[in-house]
Ligand binder design. Structure first.
Ligand SMILES: CSC[C@@H](O)[C@@H](O)C(=O)COP(=O)(O)O
Length: 312
């Protein structure tokens, strides 16, 4: 199954807001519909956003306002703007050239995730690995296979995976809803943990490596990823556990010198005071909702891309 693709003149994508209860495809014909799908996380995860951005330019029919709106639909994952730019660079050559460029972004993502899976699995030492991860970095965050969860998949295929401890990933529960769904489909052993249990389980020696994805990697290696990543990096450093970022080269942003320059999306109070429409906090409670945090490069053991291993 492909999470996102171009099918019969429209963008088709898995509506991730419905998972794990239903796995339904959305057909998207306009940039406005695509921007809405991106904002409400029907499509999400940096590599998938890159493909969405590229395919969205085909739907934009060269309209600069639509292309700008698409490019800005979410600010933190650089892949969205990168994907838009890859396709938009061919606007002067006509629609077929834009479509061909967008399909290259899709195909390159499929190849990149395979390469990251192999390289990441080669890098890790040990036969029966216990992996901790946050958010969802699987096929749902890309096209076919994922980044950090792509490494997990390769480890599992090689018979080297003991277990995955998946953080639930409040507020939107990408770990609880999506990562568990993907791991179950893979047949990979896993247990779900509350986000706050992560550093404790690292300290107890229950984890051999932490694998995370990335939304933007600054030139100095500082890495923005789902909120909760930084706490795991601190816990991993203290416990002496490798902390590995897995991301395609397109997630590296040479135009951003360091983490403090990365714009962190705040998604508003509603997602924090309620879970899937059920209010938890008293009416009127104010909340902060940073969707990402930044892990400084000195807490990162290695960054595995589709082309190399970087040791920041
Ligand atoms: C391979 S996905 C890498 C990141 O995009 C992922 O870890 C993440 O933080 C996704 O956040 P989301 O808000 O669900 O788009």
């Amino acid at each position: 199954m492909r999470t996102i693709d171009w099918v019969d003149g429209a963008v088709e994508l898995v509506d991730q807001t419905l998972l794990p209860d239903k796995c339904l495809m959305l057909r998207i014909h306009t940039v406005e519909e695509l921007v809405d799908a991106i904002r409400r996380l029907a499509v999400r995860g940096a590599p998938a956003l890159g493909v969405a951005g590229a395919l969205g330019v085909v739907l934009a029919d060269g309209d600069p306002a639509r292309i700008a709106a698409l490019r800005a639909a979410r600010p933190t994952a650089v892949n969205l703007a990168w994907g838009v730019d890859q396709a938009a660079a061919h606007l002067s050559e006509g629609r077929e050239a834009v479509l061909a460029a967008a399909l290259r972004v899709r195909d390159d993502d499929i190849a990149a995730c395979l390469a990251m899976g192999e390289r990441g699995a080669d890098l890790l030492e040990g036969d029966r690995l216990r992996i901790m991860t946050v958010c969802n970095t699987g096929g749902l965050a890309a096209v076919e296979r994922g980044t950090a969860l792509g490494v997990v998949q390769t480890l599992h295929e090689r018979g080297r995976l003991a277990e995955v401890l998946a953080l639930e990933t409040r507020p939107l529960l990408q770990g609880a809803r999506l990562t568990t769904w993907e791991l179950a489909r893979m047949g990979a052993p896993h247990r779900l943990i509350a986000d706050s249990a992560g550093p404790y389980l690292l300290a107890k020696g229950e984890v051999d490596a932490v694998l995370i994805g990335a939304d933007r990697i600054a030139a100095n290696g500082d890495t923005a990823n789902k909120i909760g990543s930084y706490a795991l990096a601190l816990g991993a450093e203290r416990a002496g556990v490798p902390f590995v970022v897995v991301a395609p080269e397109s997630t590296i942003d040479p135009g951003t010198p360091s983490g403090e320059h990365i714009e962190i999306e705040d998604r508003g109070a509603d997602e924090v005071v309620a879970v899937r429409g059920v209010r938890l906090a008293p009416e009127g409670t104010r909340a902060l909702n940073p969707a990402f945090d930044v892990t400084p490069h000195d807490l990162i053991t290695a960054i595995v891309t589709d082309q190399r291993v970087i040791r920041p």
